[in-house]
Design a protein around this ligand. Structure first.
Ligand code: SAH
Length: 263
């Protein structure tokens, strides 16, 4: 088959956080497929066609991209951040598994991007210096009980927790509930980072205490990445600006000892 499919991560926003390999994949494409606002970030090149779609129909969009590639087009499917993190890459492979067996002969590549939690961590200091995990708070694709069971497990294990999709108009209470759950395992002064629109003109990083974060959960939105510190995560105060946040790489106590010491 002459067509190809590149699944491309655009990074969190600015062009200088797009990898050269991702840029090359975009330049080589005849067709760009993705959620409208992501496509808007890519300058149009002559001879390139953009296929914008809604955010909710990922697998159909992926199947459409595979059809285009099978018809001989050089297709780039784009996602913000990294395409493999809560984004299009999994949808493409889901469509590939269920779809026309001839699609499996297509050349499919994944170009990684800077995911939101790494960009947010870099702005805050080094909060991901110890073990960490990422959880999407969206219950569009999984039951809320699954989210809470996973939160309970990683809180008990004392991970730093990155929350993607923390809140939306349709899901206004989940972040507050997640933070209240965290307060059952972590001290009230645990650092919590609200990192909004990282890399974009309206970027905003706030370092809160867990107790403050619960009270301010409603100030987060869909452009926010929330990071809950582990028991060892600390802040370094700075004059006139947000403190640095870091998690030491060395661990001296077991998670069991941590939960016994909860406040
Ligand atoms: N594939 C993307 C994540 C898609 S899920 C990635 O790797 O980053 C969408 C969620 O990502 C948002 O709700 C938000 O939590 C987070 N996010 C994406 N871009 C962001 C940015 N520039 N700043 C802060 N959070 C961001």
């Amino acid at each position: 088959m002459s067509g190809s499919l590149a699944i491309v991560g655009l990074g969190p926003g600015p062009a200088h956080w797009l990898t050269p390999a991702a840029q090359a994949a975009l330049d080589a494409a005849t067709d760009l497929v993705g959620y409208g606002p992501y496509l808007d970030r890519i300058p149009v090149r002559q001879g390139q066609t953009k296929h914008a779609s809604d955010n909710r129909v990922e697998v159909q969009r992926a199947a459409h991209a595979l059809e285009l590639a099978a018809a001989g087009h050089k297709v780039a499917v784009v996602s913000g951040g990294d395409p493999g993190v809560f984004a299009m890459a999994a949808a493409v492979f889901e469509a590939l598994e269920a779809g026309d067996p001839t699609w499996r002969a297509l050349e499919i590549t994944v170009e990684p991007g800077v995911t939101a939690m790494l960009a947010a961590a870099a702005k805050a200091g080094a909060p991901l210096g110890g073990d960490f995990c990422a959880i999407s708070l969206s219950d569009n694709l999984k039951p809320w009980e699954v989210v809470t069971a996973r939160l309970e497990a990683v809180l008990a294990a004392d991970f730093v927790i990155c929350l993607y999709n923390p809140i939306s108009k349709a899901r206004p209470w989940q972040l507050g509930t997640a933070l209240e759950l965290a307060a059952q395992h972590r001290a009230a002064q645990t650092p919590v980072i609200f990192a909004r629109a990282i890399g974009r003109p309206d970027e905003n990083v706030r370092v809160l205490r867990l107790s403050e974060a619960i009270a301010q959960a409603g100030t987060a939105d869909m452009a926010t990445l929330v990071m809950i510190g582990a028991s060892a995560t600390r802040t370094i105060a700075r004059e006139g600006t947000e403190p640095y946040v870091y998690t030491p790489r060395s661990v001296t106590k077991s998670p069991c000892a941590t939960s016994q010491g909860r406040t």
